[in-house]
Write a protein that binds this ligand. Structure first.
Ligand code: SF4
Length: 445
């Protein structure tokens, strides 16, 4: 369930059914204007809707005045312990103030900030962290940490309501994934305000992305959460934005750019698919359209489960097939596969439709049929899945009306984009360490 209330941070709606907003936080010293603005532009290009900057000193407030004017996206000032910095940040034009009412020096100071924020129509994010709950909740925390987190958040919400200030979103932050899930579920039942989701100190790009995907993904799948921030231990804040978008795209909550589908490879693989997938992923970064591109490691399964993709390739030993919407387009040599795939994507995006050469398509279809026939007896993971799906469909058909289950209609996404956008940069090269070929049916030499 989306939050009932909606607030606006700059022009970005949060909550009340608005798309889940992606935010991140600059890793730069805020007072270093040049570095901070560069990072803000980078994260905005990567798809951040909002950006937060730390404001621990007066010179950061000074920089904030320029940052809010020059930033392409709304800026949230992150304040701890010092309420005068919150007041100054509001005066400097911050689009939102993040503060923890529990560490700002008492209710009078919270009231002062709320009054100033009301006058300036500036929203706030108020929140609690698992590490800094108010003293009176410590006993409850030992007994039930989830209850304690939610209780603290609800008390802050009530405090703001008593101050007649309701222009806020709420966050409960914990390093513990199950506690984050449980506390935010409970919070969403108790308050109508938008909820900010994040896993505090989630970790490195690898572990942090996984923890965040599990924690935030679970909540978002439940409909809980109106804005998300992925916290990763990397200077490159744009990586946080990319992970956030992958989570939203995986849950089909928002669309942005292409979706890449790739088989996991197995002992049937006969070409360097790791390099091909890395190359395709890199080139797709230049595209804005939500096209779906599939890469299959072998042609044993035909186009199979990738037939819904807008484009795809399936490789064999020396050759591969390019396909679009489940239909073969043409067969090409292995080393030309990626270039040929992007040539087809660019052509189609320019024309608004896929161009099919009947002769080449028939040649590709024959090639595919031959490989499928040669390997007809192999029970691949995809064939087993297809058999299971067919069996399930038969079961469904037995209990539904004649004609079986409805097939949803999907329109391919094709609209003009700069031709060749993805083909200019140099090729990706993977080495043995990052992607070993030893023990597999291909080499890179
Ligand atoms: S059988 Fe499936 S997983 Fe194995 S290489 Fe072929 S497409 Fe990939």
């Amino acid at each position: 369930m989306a939050s009932k209330r909606q607030i606006f941070v700059g022009g970005v709606p949060i909550g009340g059914g608005a798309p889940v907003a992606v935010q991140t936080m600059c890793k730069t010293e805020t007072a270093n204007l040049e570095a901070t603005m560069e990072q803000i532009r980078t994260v905005a290009d990567a798809g951040a809707d909002l950006v937060r900057v730390a404001v621990p000193r007066d010179k950061d407030v000074e920089a904030l005045r320029t940052i809010v004017k020059d930033s392409p996206i709304p800026v949230i000032a992150d304040i701890h312990f010092n309420h005068t910095l919150a007041l100054k940040a509001i005066d400097a034009g911050a689009h939102c103030i993040r503060l923890n009412p529990g560490n700002i020096g008492g209710p009078e100071k919270v009231a002062e900030v709320a009054e100033r924020a009301t006058k300036a129509s500036v929203p706030m994010r108020i929140g609690v962290n698992s590490g800094s709950l108010p003293k009176h909740l410590h006993a409850l925390e030992r007994e039930n940490s989830v209850e304690a987190l939610v209780q603290a958040a609800v008390e802050f919400v009530e405090m703001m309501e008593r101050l007649d200030y309701e222009n806020f979103k709420v966050s409960i932050k914990s390093t513990n994934v199950p506690n984050t899930i449980a506390s935010n579920r409970l919070l969403a039942e108790k308050i109508p305000y938008p909820i900010h989701l994040g896993i505090t100190e989630a970790g490195t790009k690898w572990s942090g992305s996984l923890k965040s995907s599990v924690g935030l993904g679970t909540l978002l799948a439940d409909g809980v959460g109106d804005t998300i921030r992925i916290s990763l231990s990397t200077f490159h804040a744009e990586e946080e934005v990319k992970v956030a978008w992958e989570i939203l795209k995986a849950l089909q909550l928002r669309e942005r750019g292409p979706v890449l589908i790739a088989c996991p490879t197995c002992g049937r693989l006969q070409f360097d698919m790791d390099t091909v997938v890395a190359e395709i992923e890199r080139r797709l970064e230049a595209y804005e359209e939500p096209i779906e591109v599939a890469v299959l490691g072998c042609a044993v399964n035909g186009i199979g489960e990738a037939s819904h993709a807008d484009f795809g390739i399936t490789g064999a030993k020396d050759e591969g097939l390019i396909f679009a919407h489940g239909e073969p387009l043409r067969k090409v040599k292995q080393e030309e596969l990626v270039d040929a795939l992007f040539a087809e994507i660019d052509k189609s995006l320019d024309r608004g439709e896929v161009e099919v050469d009947a002769g080449e398509a028939a040649e590709g279809a024959d090639w595919l049929a031959k490989i499928e026939e040669e390997n007809a007896g192999e029970l691949t993971p995809e064939r087993i899945a297809a058999m299971e799906a067919a069996a399930a469909e038969r079961e469904d058909a037995d209990v539904t009306a004649p004609g079986g289950p409805d097939v949803p209609e999907g329109e391919p996404y094709l609209k003009p984009v700069k031709a060749g956008a993805g083909n200019s940069a140099k090729r990706v090269e993977l080495d043995e360490q990052s992607s070993p070929t030893a023990g597999r049916r291909f080499s890179r030499s």
